[in-house]
Ligand binder design. Structure first.
Ligand code: SAM
Length: 584
């Protein structure tokens, strides 16, 4: 058999599987591979929003798992491995990455999402070759398998959840056991769904250890590596797997990426301002000259902008001039999940504020006056809502992000015990509509400043629904509408500590026992183990507002001091996390 020589090449080498998964262990044991198991301590908490595609997240997590073990073994185990294998499996559906459920409710949310639909299972694998003369060598790849679930009844769902099987499995199911009964079809490598793409793994080993003349299986399709186009060599393009050399004399890629980070942001902002993605959608395959005319820009500038957008993965290769799936979904102006409004806000408001980050850090205050030449007392009345066009731009920004993150927040917890909710500072109602879709039977009152309520007609959804109503008022001055659940999305992070206390005291008085508050904020990761958007958000709050982002522990303390307990946090992986706490 062709694959046996691959395994024999590893004889005598210290091979380590950096995974505690019994399924991966079984798959590799079955092919006669001799290896040790050293489960990685790397937490699967990378910020998913930093990755362009789910497989990139899975591959990076796999790499980090392998690296952590490779670094720990010589120190803690006093042995140096020759090869460390890391793997990470994620399930994606409707653009959302599902990992392992944290509790039964989470498993329920995941499995309900999968019911009746096709989803993708990605396993990222990293093979870390230690002891290489010029430094470590990492080969990484991923495999995708499509799986379709049957329609699942509530009874079936709960029976499966109560079996306990979903808890340690990506997407909340195990295809090799009871979960197999939920599956209508599988397209692709079945073992990939179990947790390890064995066939692809063996082909990669062949490519590494067997000279082309020895093996007919060394050629591997080249387009599935996670290395960016810029860092590939022509040799890598020919062979297929992606090789990343970590050499002490090499470039510090993380620093280089940061040096270029602002250029990439500005490329995105400029392409959005010029409506490049709308123009390309209207007529695919545009020549650069025509595209330049349509966006009202120079040919040379357009050519470079489009090239940069291609290199950032926002457009397919030029010549075809086509929007990528993400561009069609999030960057054209009128798609249901368009982030265009938020991107313009980032360009027009956040960017000028960040140019004064140094002053903000020195002074510990926001930079509204330096950036926009006016002193703001209360951010909303004196700042964002001073002029209609600026208010419209702010509402657009909130509306677009609320639509993208709203479902993740609305489905974070079981809210079936609540009949009425008040979305305090609920803006255009985008979040409220997601709540009533996720929880039929719930009615939501959106409470916001009169000027916002007047403008909300610009943002009405296609279908009206009586379950959402709007009340104008000031949450510091006026009584809040009665409700059993108070939603506060991106409210507390804008307010000073004093204002936060004032608002929470008011909510505490409005709530009777059993009522709850649901906060939607970006929760800081206290361990600071991941490259987190949350810490960028934290600086954003510094330059922009009187407020701050907080960690789970800080929210817990804050909520408990106002009589809210039994706090639960759901890290949604989307723009906003969700926190639920009940009045004692
Ligand atoms: C950062 S936005 C968040 C909007 C929405 N909750 C979301 O997450 O999409 C803050 C919202 O609070 C509203 N707001 C600010 N101060 C307010 C006040 N004193 N009374 C009522 N609403 C207020 C603003 O008009 C705005 O809609």
């Amino acid at each position: 058999m062709v694959l046996i020589p691959v395994i024999s090449k590893l004889n005598g080498k210290r091979v380590v599987l950096a995974s505690a998964s019994p399924r991966r262990l079984e798959i590799l044991t079955n092919i006669g591979l001799q290896f040790e198991v050293v489960p990685s301590w790397f937490k699967e908490t990378l910020d998913k929003t930093l990755f362009k595609a789910p497989y990139e997240y899975a591959v990076e997590t796999a790499k980090q798992k392998a690296l952590e073990v490779a670094q720990r073994m010589p120190l803690k185990h006093l042995k140096t491995p020759d090869i460390v294998i890391g793997a990470d499996t994620v399930v994606t559906v409707d653009g959302v990455i599902l990992e392992k459920p944290i509790d039964k409710q989470d498993a329920y949310q995941m499995l309900s999402r999968l019911s009746g639909k096709e989803h993708s299972v990605f396993t990222g694998v990293a093979i870390l070759l230690c002891n290489e003369r010029e430094g470590e060598l990492t080969v990484d790849f991923y495999e995708e398998t499509k799986v379709k679930f049957a329609e699942l009844s509530e009874e079936m769902l709960w029976e499966y959840i109560n079996s306990g099987e979903p808890m340690d499995k990506a997407g909340g199911y195990g295809i090799q056991a009871l979960g197999g009964m939920l599956v209508e079809y599988v397209h692709g490598d079945f073992l990939n769904v179990v947790g390890f793409p064995l066939n692809h793994f063996c082909k990669q080993l062949s490519a590494i250890y067997i000279k082309p003349s020895e093996s007919p299986t060394h050629k591997i399709k080249g387009e599935d590596s996670a290395v960016s186009a810029a860092s590939r060599t022509s040799e890598q393009d020919m062979v297929g797997p992606s090789y990343t050399k970590s050499n002490n004399e090499g470039l510090p890629h993380n620093i280089v990426d940061l040096l270029d980070g602002f250029k990439a942001s500005k490329t995105l902002f400029t392409a959005c301002r010029l409506k490049v993605f709308d123009v390309l959608r209207a007529s695919e395959g545009l020549r650069v000259k025509v595209a330049a005319e349509r966006i009202g820009a120079s040919v040379t500038g357009t050519e470079r902008l489009l090239d940069a957008a291609v290199s950032l993965g926002l457009l397919h290769k030029l010549g075809q001039g086509e929007n990528t799936e993400h561009a069609s979904q999030f960057l054209v102006t009128d798609s249901p999940l368009s982030l265009h409004g938020y991107i313009l806000h980032c360009n027009n408001v956040v960017w000028p504020l960040f140019t004064h980050l140094e002053s903000a850090v020195r002074e510990g205050t926001n930079q509204q006056e330096r950036a926009f030449g006016k002193k703001t007392g209360y951010l909303f009345q004196d700042g964002y809502f001073k002029k209609d066009e600026v208010e419209m731009q702010f509402l657009n920004a909130m509306h677009s992000t609320a639509k993208v993150t709203g479902r993740a927040v609305a489905t974070a917890f079981d809210l079936s015990g609540f009949k009425t909710a008040c979305d305090v500072g609920g803006c255009t109602g985008a979040m409220a509509y997601e709540f009533i879709i996720a929880h039929p039977g719930l009615s939501v009152i959106v409470f916001d400043l009169p000027t916002v309520i007047e403008m909300r007609s610009h943002f009405l959804p296609g279908e009206q629904n009586d379950s959402v109503s709007f009340v104008a008022g000031d949450f510091f001055k006026d009584d809040l509408p009665k409700a059993d659940l108070y939603i506060l999305a991106r409210i507390l992070h804008d307010c000073s500590d004093e204002k936060v206390d004032e608002l929470l005291s008011k909510l505490s008085k409005a709530c009777t026992t059993g009522c709850a508050v649901l906060l939607a904020e970006t929760v800081l990761d206290e361990a600071k183990t991941r490259a987190s958007r949350a810490y960028m958000q934290s600086l954003n709050m510094l330059v922009q507002t009187e407020g701050r982002e907080r960690s789970s522990a800080q929210y817990k303390q804050l909520l408990e001091s106002h009589g809210f307990s039994r706090m639960r946090v759901c890290h949604t992986g989307n723009f906003l996390d969700a926190i639920l706490a009940y009045k004692q």
